[in-house]
Design a protein around this ligand. Structure first.
Ligand code: SAM
Length: 237
């Protein structure tokens, strides 16, 4: 499904953490529904990775504001948000194939037409396929926390990557991150607050925006007394 070869066209951005990935692709068991969804719906909703800016209107069959989601996991929140915000085009990046199958199942069951998927490293998608100043928003919900000190460098939210993201977000567009790992929340707040092109929409952490549903995983954590931190920043105009 995904083409993981190194893109041949160089980007004019500074390379971001080249070689250090924010994920490890694990062979996950695919349910039969996911396998079927991949085979039947993949050709329509999963876009090929390529070096070169994507034609968004052509990919979605319409012109609408574009929101990029990085690491949608099993896609539950993605599907709920896309259902609520029908006027938005959602591009979801995920490297975990069972997750891609699961989101395709949601697309089918809920007859969603405003989601497209790229089964590829979002860092490369951003660099190669997304036009400057083009994103209305970016969602990064519960990114891998990489708890161990020696793995912290794999975390997505770091200054160089945020700078790269900023260049793709339209002026006035937003970046919404959420995490349940407090040290990562603190890192997010520090890194996002230090980026001069962004402004915080709240004082510190933000109240959970209505469009972000509570996930099963998050609910369980909340019941156990774990915290969840949302951060919503806007690109300065
Ligand atoms: C902890 S999970 C959270 C999933 C989901 N957002 C949720 O809240 O349930 C993080 C996900 O991000 C994906 N991921 C991490 N880095 C990525 C990258 N650079 N490009 C695409 N997906 C990535 C992983 O495969 C994983 O499924």
């Amino acid at each position: 499904m995904s083409d993981t070869k190194t893109p041949d066209a160089p980007s004019d951005d500074q390379p971001v953490r080249r070689g250090i990935k924010s994920f490890v692709v694990r062979a996950g068991r695919m349910g039969s529904g996911q396998v079927r969804a991949l085979a039947e719906l993949g050709p329509k909703f999963v876009l090929p990775f390529k070096a070169g800016q994507m034609d968004v209107a052509q990919a979605f069959g319409r012109d609408a504001p574009l929101v990029l989601e990085i690491g949608f996991g099993m896609g539950d929140a993605t599907a709920k948000i896309a259902k609520t915000l029908e006027g938005i085009n959602f591009l979801g990046c995920e490297v975990h194939e069972p997750g891609v199958g699961a989101l395709l199942k949601h697309i089918d069951e809920q007859a969603l037409s405003n989601i497209r998927i790229l089964q590829h490293d979002a860092v490369e998608v951003l660099e190669q396929m997304i036009a400057p100043d083009s994103l209305a928003g970016v969602h990064i919900f519960f990114p891998d926390p990489w708890h161990k000190k020696r793995h912290n460098k794999r975390r997505l939210i770091q200054p160089a990557f945020v700078k790269q993201l900023l260049g793709r977000i339209a002026p006035g567009g937003y970046l919404h991150c959420a995490t349940d790992w407090e040290p990562y929340a603190q890192q997010m707040l520090e890194v996002l607050s230090a980026e001069p092109g962004l402004e915080n929409t709240a004082e510190g952490y933000a109240p959970k925006p209505d469009y972000r549903p509570l996930t099963k995983f998050e609910n369980r954590g909340l019941k156990l007394g774990h915290g969840v931190w949302d951060l919503v920043f806007k690109r300065k105009t």
